[in-house]
Design a protein. Structure first.
Lengths: 286, 185
């Protein structure tokens, strides 16, 4: 009876349903699995809209230049990262040669399709450097390059604090038309990164828009990183898995930049200044 | 035009109810140092402090936008108390986390992130008008009258109809990516 009454379902979820109607709703909900599913779905949708709005407001604040005026902050950040335990990096090199003349979000779908078609042509057995410490985290099956221009090989680095896995695609982009979207003159995928068991690898697609070369911005959500600006030189993406969650960094022209997830509006790339964090990043990415 | 520096707390609340997001910029800048330094002095990093402070501003925004905020103190005092509460909760959460096995939590976290990303994508697929109506309704908890005024609709009934259609559209987009059963776990 209530399944066809979305407004009542919504009132129930938002706590606005009261009295006899609430009791009737609860009784039916208890017995009807279809209504249970619908309530669960609607809860998630409403919650997602709320979170989305919250994120919009927070992103607005992220774009405001402010400072607490203390230089030791960054060191604390770095220290907390170092203490976080297992650290895993995916390092990805891209050599950008193609120019983007236009860009829009709609262009993403054809890129994905294209990549899937290309997957079969790839070398699906990345070279794996011998390292006992890395065996538990990686295997050949877990790394599948997804474009025909990137041929990943895998390195493992052991240091006293943590095991580091670095996937280093030998990216050498072709100038061919295969990276251009038909009607948008868009380049593209600088590579989807190694797909693995999902625990230690990054599933990011990088799209560069160099229409405005004076920009140096990014946005990052749903596993897609959009870079705005010239980006004429090779860059690397570093993913750091820590107990505090995944952290993503961009290395470009020997500088490092933090990439925030769920950044849906373009935001300027800000250089990481903290020396300790920089040292960590340099050590891992060299 | 009056400078933000000179506006009163009451006027800030009024502007929030009018959906004037510049108030967010003003509030954020004005109290940033004090709030963030306070958290940093209590074992927080600047990133953590910033996040907590932003959450606190969002709370003020949300309550004021819905008309549910009656100030009994200055906004800065209110913000400060929210920051303190949020930071205390965060410290408790971190302490719990360090005592637990992190593997299971991490995998749940990954699932949640993936789902959040997909849901955000669904919301982004809506037109801007629909996105605004739904966020004003579900997050700011605004009345249909307020939404009609903000969006320039003829009246509350128009806002209600539009909200209904936008919600149907969002449901359709989400259901095209998930089956309903996916939400039962």
């Amino acid at each position: 009876m209530f399944i066809n009454k979305p407004e009542i379902i919504e009132q129930y979820i938002t706590g606005k349903l009261t009295g006899e109607e609430l009791i009737q709703f609860q009784n039916e909900l208890h017995k009807d699995p279809i209504l249970q599913s619908e309530v669960a779905l609607q809860k998630e949708i409403i919650h997602s809209v709320q979170q989305f709005r919250k994120l919009q407001l927070k992103q607005r604040m992220d774009n405001i230049a402010v400072s607490a005026g203390n230089s030791y902050t960054g060191l604390k950040v770095a220290a907390s990262i170092v203490l976080a335990g297992l650290v895993t990096f995916g390092v990805f090199n891209y050599n950008l040669q193609q120019k983007v003349e236009n860009f829009n979000n709609q262009s993403i779908t054809p890129i994905n399709n294209q990549k899937n078609e290309q997957t079969d042509n790839l070398d699906s057995s990345p070279e794996i450097a011998k390292s006992n410490s890395a065996e538990s985290l990686t295997n050949k099956e877990s790394l599948k390059p997804v474009t025909n221009v990137i041929k990943p090989k895998e390195l493992s680095i052991k240091n006293s604090e943590s095991t580091v896995i670095a996937t280093v695609p030998n990216a050498d982009y072709h100038n061919g038309d295969e990276h251009l979207i038909k009607d948008g003159n868009v380049t593209l995928p600088k590579g989807e990164l190694a797909q693995g068991n999902g625990d230690h690898t990054l599933k990011a697609e990088v799209i560069v828009d160099d229409l405005d070369k004076s920009r140096f911005h990014y946005k990052y959500f749903s596993g897609k990183l959009f870079l705005y600006g010239e980006f004429a030189n090779p860059y690397e993406l570093l993913e750091w898995n820590s107990a505090e969650g995944k952290k993503l960094f961009l290395k470009y022209n020997s500088e490092y930049y933090k990439i925030k997830d769920n950044q849906m509006e373009p935001i300027k790339l800000e250089k990481i200044m903290d020396k300790k964090l920089l040292n960590e990043l340099r050590q891992i990415s060299k | 035009m009056r400078l933000f520096n000179s506006i009163s707390d009451e006027e800030i609340l009024v502007r929030i109810r009018q959906g004037d997001e510049k108030v967010v910029d003003h509030l954020y800048k004005k109290h940033y140092k004090m709030m963030v330094n306070h958290i940093m002095k209590n074992s927080g990093t600047e990133d953590e402090a910033k996040d907590i402070y932003q959450e606190a501003i969002v709370v003020v925004w949300q309550k004021a936008a819905s008309g549910n905020l009656t100030l009994t103190s200055k906004i800065s005092t209110y913000l400060f108390s929210i920051c303190q509460n949020l930071w205390r909760k965060e410290l408790e959460r971190k302490s719990r986390l360090s005592n637990e096995e992190s593997d299971a939590a991490e995998s749940v976290d990954d699932d949640l992130k993936e789902r959040t990303a997909i849901m955000n994508q669904c919301i982004m697929e809506l037109g801007e008008t629909c996105r605004k109506i739904l966020t004003y309704y579900y997050f700011e908890d605004m009345s249909m009258n307020d939404i009609a005024e903000l969006m320039g609709f003829a009246n509350a009934d128009t806002a209600k109809t539009k909200k209904y259609k936008c919600k149907l559209e969002l449901d359709k987009i989400v259901k095209s990516k998930y089956s309903v059963g996916d939400f039962l776990d």
